[in-house]
Ligand binder design. Structure first.
Ligand SMILES: Cc1cc2nc3c(=O)[nH]c(=O)nc-3n(C[C@H](O)[C@H](O)[C@H](O)COP(=O)(O)OP(=O)(O)OC[C@H]3O[C@@H](n4cnc5c(N)ncnc54)[C@H](O)[C@@H]3O)c2cc1C
Length: 372
């Protein structure tokens, strides 16, 4: 059977790798909208559930050695004073680019078509899918389909047009600092600094001996990058981000000043964070939604990439011996049953952590910014 994967991010590459262990679905083609060499993002934390999924999908790689082990979370106030520390089951901070490179090696048998943008689906009256069409009119036929095209999934909008992402309440600026000394200070810890009034926080982790991934999360109502000081001409987004960060984080902990001074803001990414209210179904006949397309979640959960990896591992198992479109549709229905409770919990946990983030943290201190 021919599998067609839409989207070549974490979910798409993980599905391609997971299909290797199936007997009938190995013939795969993946389309990715972005062109080869496009920037692949900063980095994220592989949590224990994501690492277990990777062990199932691609056990030939040493995923724990691919980034920096994180085993402690330190919650601090804006001056850097420790408010609480939590140990963490070993997790890994990894560059998204390096991670995708390895995952693509695991999916080496899949035909990768980059610079191909899904336009529409060719569907039957019973809702099943026959083929996809890309924006230059090319048709790609298949037997089973995987929508791995991210939070703003075009595929999802075609099959479930009623599903809409929430409004943006929090923005996040993600950056990388080239800062060996800061990386050494951070060691195997994830440090998060909080404004006691709520609605503004900075997190940072070392991804290697020299690189630190760090992010600023802020209340979209109270703060805006566009309100940064006028430079006398039309400022670039990178200039606005840098002005905003320097202004809002003046006199915060020295680690933050070090991160700011070691960052090229031209590479920073301003991310309007949204989540997706849980869907009634994660599939429509022989097409399954995977990763953010199925369950976009808020960044406080640290579960975006991990949830995508678990989805892919589960699908690999369910499809192991599937040999027809009908059997695939039954496997996808089971996938919905297995994953929906997790998505509902993730959605609720994300909302709870967002409410805690927006409020003054008071005597109880800030909430642990992870769902494990
Ligand atoms: C460029 C980029 C950088 C990111 N950087 C970070 C980061 O530094 N830290 C972090 O925590 N998260 C980052 N994310 C988000 C994170 O990867 C996801 O939230 C998570 O891993 C779930 O993965 P996903 O594959 O479901 O979605 P995504 O990783 O968003 O992947 C979706 C893929 O589908 C492709 N696509 C979308 N529409 C179409 C279409 N019509 N046709 C073909 N392809 C399409 C996109 O180009 C993308 O490659 C980034 C996402 C992207 C796309």
């Amino acid at each position: 059977m021919r599998s067609v994967i839409i989207g070549g991010g974490v979910a798409g590459c993980a599905v391609a790798a997971a299909l290797r262990s199936t007997s009938h679905c190995r013939e795969s083609v993946l389309i990715e909208r972005r062109k080869p060499g496009a920037s692949a993002g900063m980095g994220f934390i592989l949590m224990p559930n994501g690492l277990r999924a990777l062990d199932a999908i691609a056990p030939e790689f040493d995923w724990r050695a691919a980034g920096r082990i994180i085993e402690m979370v330190s919650l601090r106030n804006r001056n850097g004073e420790v408010l609480a520390e939590h140990s963490l089951e070993a997790s890994v901070c990894i560059s998204r680019e390096r991670f995708l490179r390895i995952l693509r090696m695991a999916a080496a048998g899949t035909g990768m078509l980059e610079g191909w943008n899904l336009e529409t689906l060719e569907r039957n009256t019973d809702g099943s899918t026959n083929a996809i069409k890309v924006d230059d009119g090319t048709r790609i036929a298949g037997d089973i389909f995987f929508a791995c095209d991210g939070a703003r999934s075009r595929t999802r909008s075609l099959i479930f047009p009623e599903a809409t992402l929430s409004d943006v309440a929090i923005h996040e600026i993600v950056s990388v600092a080239e800062a060996p000394e800061l990386a050494e200070t951070l060691g195997n810890g994830f440090q998060k600094f909080h404004d006691e009034r709520g609605g503004l926080a900075v997190g940072m982790l070392a991804e290697s001996a020299t690189r630190v991934v760090w992010f600023v999360q802020f209340d979209a109502v109270r703060y805006g990058v566009d309100t940064a000081r006028d430079t006398g001409r039309a400022a670039t987004l990178a200039e606005k981000i840098e002005l905003f960060v320097r202004h809002q984080l003046t006199n915060w902990a020295p680690e933050i000043a070090e991160a700011i001074d070691s960052t090229n803001f031209n590479h920073s990414h301003l991310w309007p964070t949204r989540d997706l209210p849980p869907l009634a179904s994660l599939a429509c006949g022989n097409l399954a939604l995977v990763g953010d397309a199925a369950h976009a979640c808020l960044p406080f959960t640290s579960q975006g990439a991990n949830g995508a990896l678990v989805d892919a591992a589960i699908l690999g198992g369910l499809l192991a011996d599937v040999g027809s479109r009908e059997e695939a549709a039954a496997a996808f229905a089971l996938y919905t049953l297995l994953r929906r409770p997790h998505h509902q919990k993730l959605f609720m946990d994300g909302r709870r952590l967002r409410a805690a983030f927006l409020a003054p943290f008071g005597a109880r201190g800030p909430a642990l910014p992870l769902v494990v």
